[in-house]
Design a protein around this ligand. Structure first.
Ligand SMILES: [Zn+2]
Length: 477
């Protein structure tokens, strides 16, 4: 029973809110201790690329319904013992309210807003000093872990400076110059002599510099933890979680983001003077661009598994600043109400449990001019859904560029397939590009007491540098 006084005090809405499944009502987390510059021996920055608020909710809903557990990230918000800061962040770049991943991560990596497309490249056209070299010069170890190509924008923005994010061959070389201790992700094509434009054997050069090279999960596991490591597990990006789980060979050869995270933390934590590590769930963004619903949600859950490892690693220690966030929204997906009293929405969402492959896999495996029967069959293999003839027709028209849509940006075949599947899983997208949403931000450990509810992206650079006590190194060239 709620008394009238309680009702007035808490407000009608909160008093009537149903607690989240299996969790107590969230209350205020324990207060944070006052922090001083230099309190953070370590910094862990964990970022889901292109995670809209709807993606966060979808990850949590699907994980709860399918596996009976909330995201680790949500669990953090639903406990009271461990202090944390939660807020929103404005990720705008120098030239737009909608950022790309390069300008977004550069704002954290150098403390400057730059134009979209560059990596730590000032609006005056000059390279900026980035955060991993700053920490390295202060005697700390450094690491980058990602599910994209190692040379992709988000990891690159913590250790390199180039005028265009497309200069990935150059970014690979700059990692060697930056002496990053742990590098793990995809992107073989930017390290192998026979894949690079200049024919340079970067694996050889890394080996000469003392690195262990790992090309699969077992090589990662057996590599000496005292040497620096270059772990490259795919020619381009690592596979989506949905495809990874279904393919036995991929599952045994390619580590998950959580496995790479554990391996990276073991290596870096052995160093007495601390470390900085960036961990990126990079393909959440790619799936959002592709309106690829199973790719999106299961990569979000896999990203959160890495969050779980970071939270476990830092559980009983107060020497590590942890930042959990995303760099921008993308395609802003959401679960739509469906059926009488919206009662069909949860059942439709549960269809996702049966998906065995992503939409990307479907397009990759279709012949050049497929018949309606071939499209239908492959989609059935991927989703276990028998799509209506009308839906298959729309996808085929879109593949030929013959389908008109009210919003012209969603005419692509991938967008149309995403929208067609919304009729079955009730998840829809508003477009297929980045959005200017203010993003979710969680901070734990030393420094969280300095955070306001609303943060400008560049403030995180200052927070990391000050809390780690490495400000002096930020100035030197
Ligand atoms: Zn993107």
């Amino acid at each position: 029973m709620i008394s009238r006084k309680d009702f007035l005090k808490t407000g009608a809405l909160s008093a009537l809110t149903i607690p989240a499944m299996g969790l107590p009502r969230a209350t205020q987390a324990a207060p944070a201790k006052k922090s001083y510059d230099g309190d953070a021996k370590n910094v862990i920055f964990i970022v889901a690329d292109g995670m809209s608020h709807g993606t966060f909710a979808l990850g949590d809903l699907v994980k709860s319904r399918q596996y009976g557990q909330h995201l680790h990230w949500t669990q953090l918000y639903n406990q009271t013992e461990r202090p944390y800061h939660r807020g929103l962040m404005d990720m705008a770049s120098a030239n737009s309210i909608v950022t790309d991943s390069a300008a977004a991560a550069s704002s954290w990596g150098s403390g400057q807003r730059i134009n979209n497309g560059g990596i730590n490249w000032s609006t005056e056209g000059k390279p900026l000093r980035s955060i991993l070299p700053i920490f390295r010069d202060a005697g700390k170890k450094t690491g980058l872990v990602t599910t994209t190509r190692m040379t992709h924008a988000t990891p690159a923005s913590f250790a390199t400076a180039v005028s265009s994010r497309n200069f990935e061959d150059q970014i690979a070389e700059q990692y060697l110059e930056a002496k990053v201790d742990v590098l793990m992700g995809g992107g073989h094509r930017h390290f192998a002599a026979d894949r690079r434009d200049d024919g340079k054997d970067l694996y050889g050069e890394f080996r000469k510099a003392g690195y262990t090279i790992a090309r699969n999960k077992s090589e990662m596991m057996s590599a000496s933890s005292s040497d620096p490591i270059l772990g490259i597990y795919s020619d381009s990006h690592l596979p989506y979680t949905t495809d990874h789980k279904t393919d036995a060979e991929l599952a045994s050869n390619v580590p998950t983001l959580a496995e790479m995270t554990v391996s990276a933390l073991e290596r870096l934590d052995s160093h007495p003077d601390g470390f900085i590590l960036q961990i990126e769930g990079g393909r959440v963004d790619h799936a959002a661009h592709g309106n690829d619903v199973s790719g999106l949600i299961y990569d979000m859950i896999a990203f959160d598994d890495a969050v779980g490892e970071v939270l476990a690693f830092t559980e009983n220690r107060d020497d590590t600043l942890v930042i959990i966030t995303t760099d921008h929204g993308n395609a802003n997906p959401g679960i739509n109400g469906a059926g009488p009293g919206y009662s069909n929405a949860p059942l439709m969402l549960d269809q996702l449990h049966n998906f065995r492959h992503t939409n990307e896999w479907v397009f990759y495996n279709l012949p050049e001019e497929p018949t309606a029967g071939q499209v239908r069959e492959l989609l059935m293999e991927a989703t276990q859904l028998d799509l209506a003839e009308m839906d298959i027709e729309m996808v085929m028209k879109a593949m030929k560029g013959e389908l008109a849509t009210p919003y012209r940006a969603e005419r692509t075949a991938s967008s149309v397939l995403g929208k067609v599947l919304a009729n079955y899983v009730s998840v829809n997208f508003i477009g297929d590009v980045h959005t200017g949403d203010y993003v979710e931000l969680a901070v734990l450990g030393p420094g969280m007491d300095r955070m306001d509810s609303f943060t400008r992206n560049t403030e995180l650079f200052d927070l990391m540098v000050d809390m780690a006590g490495v400000r002096a190194m930020a100035k030197s060239a």
